[in-house]
Design a protein around this ligand. Structure first.
Ligand SMILES: *[C@@H]1O[C@H](CO)[C@@H](O)[C@H](O)[C@H]1NC(C)=O
Ligand SMILES: *[C@@H]1O[C@H](CO)[C@@H](O)[C@H](O)[C@H]1NC(C)=O
Ligand SMILES: *[C@@H]1O[C@H](CO)[C@@H](O)[C@H](O)[C@H]1NC(C)=O
Length: 441
């Protein structure tokens, strides 16, 4: 049937309208929907409660068994190495790195990284299973409707995303960067600096941060900021941490270099758990890591964090980490610099220090690795703080406690982490790596 010009016109108009509607559906700058909650406080409280329920599920009921598994991995790797000395150009010196670093196809198989975490954060999937999102635009001018191509646009999406960088760049955040669940920030192949404000993980799960330099984060007064595709709201002040983790779980921070932030480099608070911080290089900073910020947050008893293969280097002062309530496995790290102390805490945290190297400063008053904050011996004698296989240099000493609970954790003696004398090698590549496409990292 022949169509009249009017029919054709209507048809064309209808097609355009349908296409326009479809485009509006997916448009980047679609006006933001809001959630039903009436206030930002209510929104964040609801999100934190949901996240903590998830954290409780991620909590390891038997951390000793979990640590044994971890240590068995280390031991197996050690055995392999003594059988056949590796002679290739790529040197992956610890079990996390051995999982991916010497594969020349890292750039086409980036999501393999999500299988490589060890320790309490070993389940962290990041953006695995999701698409790749490429950051092409280092700007950070739009906080409510972030521009496509920016890091902020990627991290607020609701779906899983593996975020990579088109080239080397310095991203100067204008306010805290609020990262949503199921994201990997993967800086391999570029030199990526994230500065200006903190990275906040609040009420989220499955986040991996890998291969970026994080420094010169400063406080901001807050304002309207988008935190997910369906919500933005008024945020109060941010402290200027490097990475701030609140009510979150399954988090893995690996091969980052961090220095000179206004507050802590990594703070973990408010019922977070299932976290590993590994292969990272920390320098030029006073308050390095705070795990549990308040004496009244008893929910932090579920905090379980592994700190492994990191280099605590030049210009550090204290808190590597400072802990409250939870269970902290500090294994095979190299502590070459501190001014006050290395590992501290209060409120009965369990701290198992295995196979670290502690090189004390020359200052005779700072030889002690440990520090119990504001607690008399009568209180702290029962806190389980153990040093096993640690190497002590330049007069460093670790004041252990918790004798009566020793049996509970004693079985770890039989499956040790690598001895602290290997730490130089285990942490040789701590910090960001210079990865080139087609070559092992
Ligand atoms: C939001 O409110 C509407 C109307 O009151 C209700 O139908 C809907 O279920 C609510 N959504 C959520 C997620 O609570
Ligand atoms: C987030 O990651 C977890 C663990 O891999 C997965 O179960 C969940 O489906 C993911 N969520 C999304 C939105 O992809
Ligand atoms: C180490 O701990 C013991 C108690 O376990 C305490 O009496 C002693 O003073 C501590 N040593 C130092 C040097 O702090």
């Amino acid at each position: 049937m022949a169509r009249s010009p009017l029919h054709v016109l209507l048809y064309v108009l209808a097609t355009v309208a349908v296409a326009a509607a479809a485009a509006a559906e997916t448009a980047v700058h679609k006006p933001p929907p809001t959630t039903n909650v009436t206030s930002d406080e209510e929104y964040w409280a609801k999100r934190a409660e949901e996240a903590r329920a998830y954290s409780r599920a991620a909590y390891v009921a038997d951390p000793v068994a979990e640590l044994n598994r971890f240590n068995q991995d280390v031991q197996r790797a050690t055995t392999r190495r003594s059988l056949a000395r590796y002679r290739g150009p790529c040197l992956a010196t610890n079990p996390i790195d051995r999982c991916w670093r010497c594969r020349s196809n890292w750039a086409s198989d980036r999501q393999r990284l999500a299988t490589c975490a060890r320790g309490f954060g070993h389940s962290a999937m990041g953006g695995a299973g999701g698409r790749t999102y490429v950051v092409t635009d280092p700007s950070d001018d739009e906080l409510i409707i972030p521009k496509k191509g920016t890091l902020r646009y990627g991290v607020i999406q609701d779906r899983a995303l593996w975020i990579v960088f088109a080239r080397s760049m310095v991203i100067k955040l204008s306010q805290e960067l609020i990262v949503n669940s199921n994201k990997t920030i993967d800086g391999r192949g570029a030199q990526v600096h994230i500065t200006g404000a903190q990275i906040t993980l609040q009420g989220v799960k499955h986040v991996i941060i890998h291969g970026v330099r994080i420094h010169h984060s400063v406080p901001h007064s807050g304002g309207m900021i988008r935190d997910s595709k369906h919500h933005y709201g008024h945020r109060t002040r941010s402290d200027g941490d490097g990475i701030s983790i609140l009510s979150s779980s399954n988090i893995w921070i690996d091969h980052v270099s961090m220095w000179s932030c206004a507050d802590g480099l990594i703070d973990v608070v408010s019922g977070s758990t299932a976290i590993t911080v590994s292969n990272s290089h920390f320098t030029k900073h006073d308050h390095v890591m705070l795990f549990g910020a308040s004496n009244s947050e008893t929910q932090d008893a579920m905090m379980q964090i592994t700190v492994a293969f990191n280099h605590f280097g030049k210009g550090l002062v204290q808190r590597m980490p400072r802990c409250r309530f939870g269970f902290f496995h500090v294994v095979n790290n190299d502590y070459t610099h501190w001014q006050m102390y290395a590992i501290g805490g209060n409120r009965d945290p369990t701290i198992i220090s295995q196979g670290n190297r502690f090189i004390a400063p020359d200052d005779g008053n700072a030889k002690e690795v440990t520090k119990r904050e504001y607690a008399p011996y009568s209180e702290y004698k029962d806190w389980v703080w153990k040093s096993q296989g640690d190497v002590m240099m330049n007069g460093a000493f670790f004041n252990e406690s918790g004798g009566q609970n020793e049996r509970r954790y004693g079985q770890m003696d039989f499956i040790p982490a690598k001895n602290g004398k290997y730490v130089g090698k285990l942490t040789q590549f701590a910090g960001t790596l210079g990865c080139r496409v087609g070559k092992p990292c």
